[in-house]
Design a protein around this ligand. Sequence first.
Ligand SMILES: CSCC[C@H](NC=O)C(=O)O
Ligand SMILES: [Zn+2]
Ligand SMILES: [Zn+2]
Length: 425
Amino acid sequence: ASSPSSDAEAVSRFQEYLRIDTAQPTPDYAAAVAFLRDQAAAVGLEARTLEFAAGKPLLLLRWPGRRPSLPSILLNSHTDVVPSEPKKWEHAPLSATLDEASGRIYARGSQDMKCVGMQYLEAIRRLRNAGFVPDRNIYVIFVPDEEIGGHEGVELFVASKEFKELNVGLVLDEGLASPREEYRVFYAERSPWWLTIKAKGAPGHGAKLYDGSAMENLMKSVEALRRFRTAQFDLVKSEEKAEGDVVSVNFAYLKAGTPTPTGFVMNLQPSEAEVGIDIRIPPSVHTEALEKRLAEEWAPSSRNLTFEFKQKGSVLDKLGKPAMTIANSSNPWWPVFEESVKRAGGKLGKPEIFPASTDARYFREVGIPAFGFSPMANTPILLHDHNEFLSKDEYLKGIGIYESIIKALATHKDDGIDEESRAEL
Ligand SMILES: CSCC[C@H](NC=O)C(=O)O
Ligand SMILES: [Zn+2]
Ligand SMILES: [Zn+2]
């Protein structure tokens, strides 16, 4: 399994991946795929590069199972990362600096989610070295564009014949770091809404008090949305609800004013103003009801407001029901997953609704179970934040966790998972 020297090599490989600049909006996918193909070859996996959108490669790796007709396991990770503001970091976000005193590896993507992609490969490397052969096919995919919605990544992949041919039974995708000792696991996620509200109104002198200016029209919406935000947030603060069970509302930008070369005109009330909002809706909330509130309360045309969706996800299955993966023993995959984490010495928290969005939604939407899981315990949640880091020890511990998970999921047992295939025998 692992030794000090093999651990050091695994950490260097992780750092090498982190140093490839795959930040949106101009990710170097070619470099990432070239690196990952080399890794796959060293581990002994078959590789195919698929391209559903030009310049957006999706790397598909296969570890063939003894019984390829069984439903397969798909291990997903995205290769892109969000941009960073290097000046605000203690160590450059592309340096993957290992701070010797703390053991932390600082890099954009260290939590989200280059860690997971490399941990899959390291776990498979160890299992292969130990002579383990899976019953099922194990697929590992490295996908583009998750951070911008996955529309030219997993969304196209899931609709492809290449995907259908994989006969996927279960997907593992990303989760979140946990500041506590328990790992977090996710069985569903909130629907993302990104929208703009634009206001128009009468322009006028900066000294004049009058109704119906664009700013006034917009600020009323901002106030109403803020009251709603506060009420939802209070439910989380009082621990009545979990983060994934309330509607989040956050303002992404405000745009208004009449620019000058050095700033803005101060004594002119502008005739247009705009706000950008990120809203996330839990599966238990009807998006129709919320859209009604938007049209009637938050952006009424009577107040000279218009709204436009930039992203309007609703995470539904084919029947129009919220797409969720069952996370109890009535889903035969669940106990296998849960027990394999425990067997490796990990603790699991109560299954949760992911507060943001991941590519797992595309798999759940077509009826394939998917769990969101990133084995990072005792770690502050720093995805999309400055100074994102993962400690070397947590990273290495996570490899052991995946070894256990992959081994358990890859093994056919009479546990109800393969009922149909059994009937054929
Ligand atoms: C609306 S798709 C955007 C996906 C992105 N995923 C992770 O952060 C997110 O903002 O949740
Ligand atoms: Zn991610
Ligand atoms: Zn992200």
